[in-house]
Design a binder for this molecule. Structure first.
Ligand code: 3HC
Length: 293
């Protein structure tokens, strides 16, 4: 069935969405990427083309494959173009009002059999499913950053998702080279419930001046062989995303270990979101900013 998909839609072309488009297109699917306006569309397309260009220059793909991948891509600002999509992944900002707008639209536009997947990391998939008239066909398909590289895809089922939907989503994940893990709709699912409190603990260690940011990061990379330390990872994931995950974990479980580090909250309030804003625990803007105190 998945082999017969003629069109996959991806709504939202931020860092995650652009990476998700790339993953589907490289696996041979025709993909339509949708953004809200031309500026956002150009940014998403630029991100994707840069990533594909890197793969080409590293000889991970041939000129021919590069051309074929680009040929499978369509970009639009009109969600109506998903009227014939077989499978849609939503990767818009983590706000329920934005998700509501997208999912009510997709529910109206897409054929009744189309599965609507959300890449949400901090909202309830059940709540999103309930925005539609097809909650049985709504599923979480949670990617990890950078989406083209990280192998896990969490398949998040709700009390309303049918086994058939989970099965298709798992098959899709395998077809795009990911390892699907089926999880239930609980705050943080599984991976983020483990990873983000660990990042939060590192922020507290930094805030309490246990060590410098570099030393905290080295304590993990050099001790446990992780590819990057927790503060570098926070900058990659986005401090706003980390905070949102901590807040839903706290909201759902009310355990002290899920209280967000005050510094994390302050940095988000200050717009220091990590790589995407140019500055987080480290500086990516080229300016000589001091580390956060
Ligand atoms: N897009 C596409 N490819 C990328 C990339 C990106 N943004 N960043 C790195 N890559 C590719 C490189 O092209 C390279 O590919 P190659 O091996 O085929 O040549 C490969 O990844 C390794 O990259 P580099 O050599 O440049 O750098 P590193 O070896 O340091 O790897 C990393 C970078 C893959 C990001 C690695 O440091 C890593 O795995 N870090 C941990 C990431 C992680 O834990 N992610 C999960 C975060 S939690 C999350 O996302 C949850 C969500 O809900 C927020």
């Amino acid at each position: 069935m998945v082999q017969e998909f003629k069109k996959v839609g991806v709504v939202g072309l931020g860092t995650m969405g652009a990476g998700i488009v790339e993953v589907f297109a490289r696996a041979g699917f025709s993909v339509t990427g949708v953004e809200i306006d031309d500026g956002a569309l150009d940014r998403g397309r630029g991100h994707l083309e840069k990533s594909l260009g890197r793969a080409l220059s590293k000889q991970k793909i041939t000129e021919e494959e590069h051309g074929a991948i680009l040929g499978r891509l369509t970009f639009t600002t009109s969600r109506e173009e998903l009227a014939d999509a077989d499978f849609v992944v939503e990767a818009v900002p983590e706000r329920i009002d934005i998700k509501r707008d997208v999912f009510t639209d997709l529910d109206r536009i897409c054929p009744p059999g189309t599965i609507l997947a959300t890449n949400t990391s901090s909202l309830s998939v059940t709540e999103i499913a309930a925005l539609t008239n097809r909650p049985d066909k709504v599923v979480g398909l949670h990617f990890f950053n950078p989406a083209p590289v990280m192998k896990l895809a969490e398949i998040v089922g709700t009390v309303l998702t049918t086994p058939g939907t989970i099965e298709v989503a798992s098959e899709v994940a395998k077809r795009i080279g990911k390892t699907p893990v089926v999880v239930t709709d609980r705050a943080g699912f599984v991976a983020n419930a483990l990873l983000v409190p660990y990042i939060n603990d590192a922020v507290k260690a930094y805030e309490y001046k246990y060590a410098s940011r570099e030393e905290i990061d080295a304590s993990v990379t050099k001790a446990a062989g992780f590819p990057m330390g927790p503060l570098t990872l926070a900058d990659l994931v986005g401090l706003d995303v980390c905070l949102a995950v901590m807040d839903v974990l706290w909201e759902e479980f009310r355990e002290p270990r899920y209280v967000a580090a005050p510094l994390l909250r302050r940095m988000v309030a200050a717009g220091l979101l990590g790589r995407k804003s140019g500055r987080g625990f480290y500086d990516y803007s080229g300016a000589d900013n001091p580390p956060e105190e």
